[in-house]
Design a protein around this ligand. Structure first.
Ligand code: HEM
Length: 491
């Protein structure tokens, strides 16, 4: 029986003043990876943001007892598999408090809630309803759309020009997401639902939003509520249109509209559909675009890996886009992506809130404690990955870590539902891009990390687009910024 104290006893810094506590929160918000690395070095693999608790980063529940960070396969296993103890909350949970419920905040009940907002049996039931849209065969049917959109995005790049590759990848994966999710490519249709959804997600990430969630004209929260109401109308219209057309399209939303529970033949309600579509869109493109950006960056600094990879692509594909059947013939491509997501994990954290008092690492966590499991730090453990800071795709020829040791897509019942989709998308885009262009890093540019939910380069990833000329040593070295703390790079 676990003792039910509401005080958090996990070790951690103990600032006495309010200013000190706010500084800790800001340190975490501005660089969650760097700040928690220092905390782990000082206090060990389980640590609190403040000893004694009283902090709240993400939970939307009242009276959060505090915030705990942990890393390592055993903590990953416990948190990922104890589905009934470690609950999930919607992305940016603090926005969902809705103390002042009104017609204006009504859409917050489902906006980007989807799978992130359901737990226990409801999660199992919804996940089962969604699975057909993510089956291998269904995912493979998106190959042609991904290839067409990638081709069109690559055509827009001019050899000799420099671009923010993070932005290029973001737009590309957003086009893929809108096409596969809603059946519309925003590259073709201009101001679409996908674009509006993207704009709303961008405001949602603004720190001002959770600090000043007041519905007063001029504040971002007011603009946010205006936009989600517009989005709600647009998406309801889209669902009605798809229903009227008999849902014959093969996009994810059409499949979700048709999905029925096997036992009771019950489908998803309209609000549930809106929540799921929002989550799939939010979870499905920033993640893949950052995985692509970081991989292209790592390849630009590892000329031998880039040369070997091009050999593999040339010998199997001869300049063409891969077919689904050719993907398994590209083992180095797969190892390169896996290694990239190990060293620069696009989603560095899994966040949960305890649904009941529980024990972790010998400490009692009161009900409602926020627990952040650090995927990135787990991937940096030398006992699992010798020379963890070295980007070495060939290590995957001999290692076979468990899903708790390597988990860029998380593990357990909440493992990423889009992992197969993401891997196929990333492989297709990389294979097409690398055969056509060489992306050259611009020396002395500073590459810092940002973000807690998704790790992205803080000021983008400027790179020059060159014809693929096999001159892989060009632009190697001269990288500045805190990315150098995460991966060993040439001087
Ligand atoms: C490289 C790309 C991606 C990475 C690294 C990634 C990573 C993750 C991680 C770590 C989680 C677990 C989060 C948690 O439990 O706290 C997750 C969940 C999820 N992901 Fe992904 N993801 C990627 C791409 C995608 C794509 C393409 C889609 C959809 C098309 C998607 C949809 C989802 C959904 C719906 C969940 C929630 C699953 C649940 O709670 O049952 N993800 N993803």
């Amino acid at each position: 029986m676990i003792k039910t104290s509401s005080v958090l006893t996990v070790p951690g810094p103990n600032p006495k003043t309010l200013f000190g506590r706010i500084t800790n929160l800001l340190n975490f918000g501005s660089d969650s990876i760097g700040y928690t690395r220092q905390l782990f070095e000082t206090y060990g693999p389980i640590v609190s943001l403040r000893y004694g608790g009283g902090t709240n980063v993400y939970s939307s529940l009242p009276n959060c007892p505090g915030t705990v960070f942990a890393y390592g396969p055993e903590f990953v296993r416990q948190v990922a598999t104890q589905h009934e103890v470690y609950y999930k909350h919607p992305l940016s949970g603090r926005l969902y408090r809705r103390q002042n419920d009104s017609a204006r905040t009504e859409p917050l009940k489902h906006f980007v809630v989807g799978l992130f907002g359901v737990n226990s049996d409801r999660h199992r039931q919804h996940r089962q309803l969604m699975m057909p849209a993510f089956h291998k065969q269904q995912i493979e049917s998106y190959r042609d759309d991904i290839v067409t959109i990638t081709q069109s995005a690559l055509d827009q790049l001019q050899v000799g020009n420099s671009y923010d590759i993070a932005e290029v990848m973001r737009l590309l994966t957003m086009r893929v997401a809108t096409k596969t999710l809603f059946g519309e490519d925003i590259g073709e249709s201009g101001n679409s639902t996908g674009q509006l959804l993207q704009d709303v997600l961008a405001i949602m990430g603004s720190p001002m939003m959770s600090l000043m969630a007041f519905d007063i004209p001029g504040l971002p929260y007011h603009r946010f509520l205006n936009q989600i109401s517009q989005l709600d109308d647009k998406m309801r219209e889209m669902i009605a249109h798809k229903r009227a057309a008999g849902c014959e399209d093969r996009d994810v939303l059409s499949m979700l509209i048709q999905a029925r529970d096997e036992e009771h033949r019950v489908g998803l309600s309209e609000d549930e559909l809106l929540g799921h579509a929002g989550v799939i869109f939010a979870a499905g493109h920033e993640t893949s675009s950052n995985a692509l950006t970081w991989t292209l960056f790592l390849l630009s600094q590892h000329p031998q890996v880039a040369a070997d990879l091009l050999d593999e692509l040339d010998s199997v594909l001869h300049g063409e886009a891969p077919t689904v059947a050719q993907l398994p013939q590209l083992p180095l491509l797969e190892r390169t992506i896996k290694e990239s997501m190990r060293v620069l994990s696009p989603v560095p954290w899994n966040a949960r809130v305890t649904s009941q008092p529980t024990e972790l690492g010998g400490y009692t966590l009161p009900q409602g404690t926020e627990v952040f499991v650090n995927i990135y730090q787990t991937h940096q453990m030398p006992e699992l990955y010798p020379e963890p800071e070295v980007f070495k795709p060939q290590r995957w020829e001999t290692i076979n870590p468990t899903s708790y040791e390597y988990n860029p897509f998380s593990a357990g019942p909440r493992v990423c539902i889009g992992a197969g989709f993401a891997m196929m998308e990333i492989k297709l885009v990389l294979a097409m891009l690398l055969q056509r262009y060489r992306l050259q890093f611009i020396p002395q540019v500073k590459i810092d990390r940002r973000g807690t939910i998704v790790m992205a380069p803080k000021s983008g990833m400027p790179m020059q687009v060159c014809q693929q000329d096999y001159q892989f040593t060009q632009g190697v070295g001269g990288v500045q910024g805190n990315v150098r703390e995460m991966v060993r790079l040439p001087a």
